[in-house]
Unconditional design. Structure first.
Length: 276
């Protein structure tokens, strides 16, 4: 069943709320109303409606201040907001509303056709933004999968090369060892580039992680790689392959890394890196 577009309406006059709600619901919108802009702000952050219509002159908080608050929170900063007013109708007021972050402006008393048109326009903007975010997220997911695939292949290759090297070392095949060492160094350079690629996908991740370290603790290059693999939700088996270690050792390393952070003992490392 298709969900109706959700519109949050804020106005300190109940008559305005009733008339706008009736009009929008008749035209297949799901509406939520609020007389108090402070409560409406909390609701918007929690529910994240598709469009917000707010009055300008209200007690406790003006429409301009409400818009600024909404734009300050990540959950609501991209929701299209329509400013409605019957008093502040001059061109400079329009400029002020748009500068605060409103995408449109409508004068009271409402013209039904105009209100529906402006709400529809704001909804289309909201839907377009959501599609853009979804496309970007899909692109990031695809890049992460490719990055994981590369790491898996290199991990398998390194593991094989190490085994061959050990066998050849017993027979003193020095030339073969040198060739394999060269291959391992080449693979290592690619592995080192992994963190740089990861940071491009997860910008600022290690800076955020750093703020949770215990005083005096630092992360080594290898530990950063482990955290990156964990952030990408690779299984212990996959991490073992990539890092050329046993699954048992994976758990040992995770425990050691976790001890460097100010996090609850019962919290899993995966949950920690996902919320950072």
């Amino acid at each position: 069943m298709t969900q109706l577009p959700r519109v949050l309406i804020i106005d300190d006059e109940e008559s305005n709320l009733r008339s706008v709600t009736q009009l929008l619901r008749t035209n297949q919108y799901q509406t939520t109303i609020h007389l108090d802009p402070r409560m409406a702000l909390e609701l918007a952050i929690k529910k994240q409606p598709d469009v917000i219509i707010t009055d300008w002159d209200m007690p406790h908080m003006t429409g301009i201040d409400l818009i600024k608050q909404l734009k300050a929170f990540e959950e609501t900063q991209d929701i299209p907001i329509i400013m409605a007013t019957g008093v502040n109708t001059a061109s400079e007021h329009l400029e002020e509303a748009l500068a605060a972050g409103a995408v449109d402006y409508i004068r009271k008393p409402f013209d039904k056709v105009e209100l529906l048109a402006r709400t529809r326009s704001a909804l289309m903007l909201s839907q377009s933004h959501k599609r853009a975010i979804e496309a970007k997220n899909n692109e990031i997911i695809a890049k992460k999968k490719a990055l994981v695939g590369t790491q898996m292949q290199l991990g398998v290759a390194n593991d094989l090369l190490l085994k061959v090297k050990n066998l050849l070392a017993k027979r003193e095949a020095r030339q073969a060892e040198k060739m394999i060492d060269s291959s391992l160094r080449s693979n290592q350079k690619i592995l080192e580039g992994f963190l740089e690629q990861f940071e491009q996908l997860e910008h600022g991740f290690f800076q955020r992680v750093k703020t949770h370290l215990k005083p005096g603790e630092e992360l080594s290059f290898s530990e950063k790689r482990w955290l990156a693999l964990e952030r990408m939700e690779m299984t212990a088996k996959e991490q073992a392959i990539v890092m050329s270690v046993s699954q048992e050792y994976v758990h040992v390393v995770k425990s050691k890394i976790k001890s460097k952070f100010n996090i609850e003992r019962q919290e899993r490392l995966l949950n920690f890196v996902k919320r950072v």
